[in-house]
Design a protein around this ligand. Sequence first.
Ligand SMILES: O=C(O)C1=C[C@@H](OP(=O)(O)O)[C@@H](O)[C@H](O)C1
Ligand SMILES: C=C(OP(=O)(O)O)C(=O)O
Length: 437
Amino acid sequence: MTTTTDRATDIADPWPAPRAHGPVTATVSLPGSKSLTNRALVLASIADGPSVVRRALRSRDTALMAAALTSLGSQVDTSGDDWVVTPGPFDGDAEIDCGLAGTVMRFVPPVAALSTGKVAFDGDEHMRNRPIGEVLEALRGLGAIIEGEALPFTIHGHGAIEGGTVVVDASASSQFISALLLAGARYEKGVDIRHDGKPVPSLPHIDMTVAMLRENGVTVDDSDANRWTVAPGPIKALDRTIEPDLSNAAPFLALAAVSGGTVTVRDWPRATDQPGDALREILSLMGCEVSLGDEGLSVTGPARLQGVDLDLHDLGELTPALAALCALAETPSHLTGIGHIRGHETDRLAALARELGALGADVTELPDGLTIRPATLHGGIFHTYADHRMAHAGVILGAAVDGVLVENVQTTSKTFTDFAPFWARLFASGSASTSAF
Ligand SMILES: O=C(O)C1=C[C@@H](OP(=O)(O)O)[C@@H](O)[C@H](O)C1
Ligand SMILES: C=C(OP(=O)(O)O)C(=O)O
């Protein structure tokens, strides 16, 4: 095996994941939410005046979003922790790099359709496989002119979109609905979106979109299942503080769970639309002690971790971290309702079955989930498939099992810049108070 080192950051590849030899006690301040930051940036770029996005997440996905909106014509000043967005005229040709960010590939086209320029979209190699066709078809139905059915595609903007009624099958991704909702108020007739197909996953993310639209003066009706209407009208400029990313809290809380220590995540919101808030209930089902207090959310790991039987249809992005925990539990687990995560950064069900299995886990891949039974794990290379959350799964396993090496841990930069050194600091003394800011 060859081990190379990333010169810029001194992170070895594959990276020997730090091992917890005793309970880890730590308090962490985590970077902002990707989902909240990228929604705020999109809304700010089509709002009725300059906006401030406070404590914005600074990571690859949000940098790509800022660059996309800048190339469309907005000004996005990312020099401080509080980003200032000034909507610009969308009147030039633009090239958009989606990277591997679903939020960029899905949320930017409905905005780009308002441009008078020709807007070309492309992204990472794997991004060309992630579903987008339904959004492009819906936009055509609303009045956009688009060349292509998947990445790469080009929108030939004509300055305005008529809007109106559209039917979408959003069973592959809730982002199809969020995308059309975010820009809908700026269409002449607004939008009336109906979902037709198998159940829409990740509904809390659509609730997050609706809540942010309402916060900024947009009238949204979501009172009927599978139907969302947005009235045409202005979007008020934002002054929005971004909460910590609760899904990215998963590996940190999992570290308490596997080491029997206590990890506190500061600034955990008392009320939130982030699906990661469900970690409180899930970790307590697994045997952890969970308390939400003035300091933040504290999780203390149990002597024996319990398996769980969970439908994660609404919470798909938590699957990799939870699957790693299940592989370390003393009783079997069934994670179901997550066929759609095969269309995430990688086919997460296949990748988890393969990589957990390679370390000795007893995993069965189901069409829409995973069954994981207790087994003794061993070290080895954990491949990440350019998926930040696969890397989270790898480091959780590495905290509990000797000799786990995580390939391309730097892929975590999608939503967490310098994750590996931050993670390693938690093991340095068994007690750490660390801030990502
Ligand atoms: O709208 C969003 O910010 C997201 C929606 C979800 O996507 P899917 O509905 O495709 O699962 C989630 O998994 C993703 O990480 C972020
Ligand atoms: C599915 C995810 O990302 P994206 O926003 O690229 O869809 C994720 O972060 O788990």
